[in-house]
Write a protein that binds this ligand. Structure first.
Ligand code: ZN
Length: 412
């Protein structure tokens, strides 16, 4: 009897807790709010400032999973009502976070634009931005901004470029909306971009778990026009006029291709539905980049464009770490080995139970030393994986599970 009573109390508390979570409709409109932020700092310290607020046409994310079920990324933002109820949260990484681990950040201060998106609030909310303390693995609140949705200076955005459907399997709020953005395509090359994007879509669905979850995706293309073809190549003093100012040689690394000024990308996609952004750069060169909940980017026409795209999408969509440790990178001590890293596919064994300890009996899964640019004390789950080498035919089982969980977040 006592047990039943406890169960009753427990269940009624659960129902009360559920009831306290406000519904999407109670808190948000169907529109999207873009918050443009500027992160500043160096290797020792970081700060964040509010730049501007933008009202965009459509919220494409989940309307039921407003609080992210995982805390990936070096930053997170949480949206609270003025009486302290958590309404929305999401984690992300940025080029700024990577830059703070470079040699340059030891000697100078820099500022990087970043934008975050949320459903458009009906009432005043508080936006709290936090950063992860790398050598502790804990969160540190950086700043809280008050956002009044009736502020007359919130700019109402009209799409500068209309997104086109590539594949639509269902409503945007319970599908993963992946937006391919054109970069370095002149007006006469947009048909090539549409074909490149369709080819990239097929590349993605060659790999599990994307293959079996194909129906959970909507794919969109944004045919942005550039004045000139291809990305800039600073290492050869080649600068081209493109829509997003993409460039190789990021952090002085030949193959690192990025959009250094995120505000150009944020402005370009303001009218488009998306949960994930991937920039296709019109080029035959080898290279790319991918940053969690920020964007992925790679080139259209290198013989290994497929492998690079899928790898970079693993970073940007699922926050997967590089499982390699052999290549040249620009980062210094990005991963302290006395802290469990947040990425699902690497471990320092500080908290292995939170990683793939439960999958150790699976074929091909184990503990392989060397990952995430660290040869000793950092482990990866498989001998090879799409996050390790271009020869790997598949994502390892641990990466597949991690990707599946992200797809669930957007769709269930
Ligand atoms: Zn893997």
């Amino acid at each position: 009897m006592k047990k039943i009573w406890f169960l009753f109390v427990f269940l009624s508390q659960l129902i009360v807790a559920r009831a306290q979570l406000p519904s999407y409709e109670a808190c948000f409109t169907s529109e999207r709010l873009r918050v443009d932020l500027v992160f500043t700092g160096n290797a020792q310290q970081e700060d964040v400032f509010l730049h501007s607020l933008h009202k965009e046409p459509l919220w494409a994310g989940s309307k039921t999973q407003l609080i992210a079920p995982f805390t990936f990324g070096d930053f997170q933002y949480k949206v609270y009502s003025t009486d302290g109820v958590l309404l929305f949260s999401k984690g992300f990484n940025s080029l700024f976070a990577e830059w703070t681990t470079t040699q340059e950040a030891l000697a100078t201060d820099k500022a990087f634009a970043t934008s975050v998106w949320m459903p458009f609030p009906k009432k005043t909310v508080l936006l709290e931005v936090s950063c992860r303390i790398a050598n502790k693995g804990t969160w540190d609140p950086m700043k809280t901004f008050t956002i009044d949705p009736t502020d007359p200076l919130i700019r109402e955005e009209k799409p500068i470029c209309k997104a086109e459907v590539l594949i639509q399997n269902g409503p945007i709020e319970n599908h993963v909306d992946l937006l391919f953005v054109a970069e370095g395509y002149r007006a006469g090359e947009l048909e090539k971009f549409r074909k490149d994007a369709a080819r990239f879509a097929e590349y993605l669905f060659e790999y599990e778990p994307f293959k079996s979850r194909r129906e959970d995706f909507n794919l969109w293309v944004l045919p942005l026009v550039s004045e000139e073809s291809g990305p800039s190549l600073p290492q050869y003093d080649i600068w081209v006029q493109t829509a997003l100012y993409s460039t190789f040689h990021t952090f002085y690394l030949e193959r690192y291709l990025t959009v250094p000024d995120f505000s150009l990308l944020a402005h370009a996609v303001s009218g488009a539905p998306f949960d994930a952004l991937f920039v296709i750069v019109n080029s035959k060169r080898y290279g790319g980049g991918g940053i969690y909940n920020y964007y992925g980017i790679s080139t259209s026409d290198h013989p290994q464009s497929k492998e690079v795209f899928v790898h970079e999408f693993g970073h940007s969509f699922a926050g997967l770490a590089d499982e390699y440790y052999e290549s040249e990178v620009a980062y210094i001590d990005m991963y302290p080995i006395h802290v469990e890293p947040w990425e699902a596919n690497i471990t320092t064994l500080v908290d292995f139970a939170s990683k793939w300890e439960d999958m150790m009996d699976r074929e091909g899964v184990g503990l392989f030393e060397g990952a995430a640019y660290v040869p000793k004390g950092m482990y990866r789950p498989a001998k090879d994986c799409r996050m390790h080498t271009n020869k790997a035919p598949a994502f390892c089982p641990v990466c597949q599970r991690a990707i599946g969980r992200i797809i669930d977040y957007y769709t269930k």
